[in-house]
Design a protein around this ligand. Sequence first.
Ligand code: FES
Length: 129
Amino acid sequence: MNAAVTRLDPRWLRFTVGRPWTAAAAASKVQLSTLPPEPVIPSKQPLRVELIGGKRYSWCTCGWSRKQPFCDGSHKSRAQGLSPLRFVPQEDATVWLCGCKHTNNPPYCDGTHKQDFIVSAPLHEPTES
Ligand code: FES
């Protein structure tokens, strides 16, 4: 025991050292992260959608929405830190929107769903709650 500890009141020392819960132990159990949560995968295929030019859309980025590929607000309770991608197409168009939520060209499919990490990943099944 070092000198700083031996100068402390033995009652305090017994109380502090004897406790199983310490700040260091608590820190090892708490994981802090500034990274946003990973999206779940609601579909491993793109979704064909007819868009109306000038209309505003919100593409789901978290994968929890039950209105795929669009947002239903589920990210607010299921994936805090993720938010929908809002976009307005310039003209009417039929497009393939990403269903796996891992495209590098959101909201459009870029073929990422064919990669092994998506093919082998679990598919998210929507629940009632
Ligand atoms: S469905 Fe996501 S990249 Fe194709």
